[in-house]
Design a protein around this ligand. Structure first.
Ligand code: DX5
Ligand code: ZN
Length: 220
């Protein structure tokens, strides 16, 4: 099966958001990755509900919404209403993660859990069978265009083992610094979703860049 590609809208041109949405629609991308930052959990503020709703109006592919916000329970229903199909919360931002995961699923969305680079994937063991996606941060969240952290490969392999041991269906998504050079190695380690912001949007031909990423094959 080919890898799932989720271009990160954070790197789009917000003055031309409809154009960039149509670009993703017409490409081989599978999902829209939508980064929500609150200036508290991460040192940056991105955008909120009006932008998610505007994207939903034009997007012909699922919205994969990544919440980088404190106390995400406050807003789960609002993100469902805004159009989220997959909703990921940070493990570091949730006191009662199991409850949050089930609240997301009860609202009719796929549930994801995001983990920062310093967070051990062992912490996911007791919820891994309940979740649809692990969003593994391969940069410290907050900004697009950062350098990929090499330790990610090791974390992906460990997480893949945990997923298999618990008979979980969770997909491993890599978020941050993904490009054509690390895509195949990430897939070999067990990743099946690649988020790409800067690599796609700063390239001369984003549709072609998405296509090349989509054709990535696992290699070591
Ligand atoms: C970082 C975000 C990422 C970001 C990835 O906090 O969660 O989704 O947009 O962007 P690139 O691919 O530019 O590292
Ligand atoms: Zn993200």
């Amino acid at each position: 099966m080919s890898v799932i590609i989720a271009p990160s809208v954070l790197s789009a041109d917000f003055a031309n958001i409809q154009r960039d949405t149509e670009m993703i629609n017409s490409s081989e991308a599978d999902w829209f990755h939508v980064d929500i930052m609150d200036g508290m959990f991460v040192p940056n503020i991105s955008f909120g509900f009006p932008v998610v709703k505007a994207l939903k109006k034009h997007a012909q592919k699922p919205l994969d919404v990544h919440l980088m916000i404190v106390d995400p329970d406050r807003y789960l229903a609002d993100f469902k209403a805004a159009g989220a199909d997959i909703l990921s919360v940070h493990i570091e931002a949730c006191t009662h993660l199991h409850r949050t995961i089930h609240a997301i699923k009860d609202l009719g969305m796929k549930a994801g859990v995001a983990v920062n680079p310093h967070t051990s994937v062992e912490l996911l063991r007791d919820v891994i069978a309940d979740i649809d996606l692990v969003c593994m941060m391969s940069v410290n969240p907050g900004f697009g265009g950062q350098k990929f952290i090499e330790n990610t490969y090791r974390k992906v392999s460990t997480l893949k083992d945990i997923i298999i041991q618990h008979n979980s269906q969770a997909l491993i998504e890599i978020d941050g610094g993904v490009n054509q050079d690390n895509a195949g190695k990430l897939m070999a380690a067990g990743a099946s979703v690649l988020v790409a912001g800067n690599f796609v949007f700063s390239s001369p031909n984003p549709v072609e860049t998405i296509s090349k990423l989509k054709q990535s094959q696992p290699h070591t």
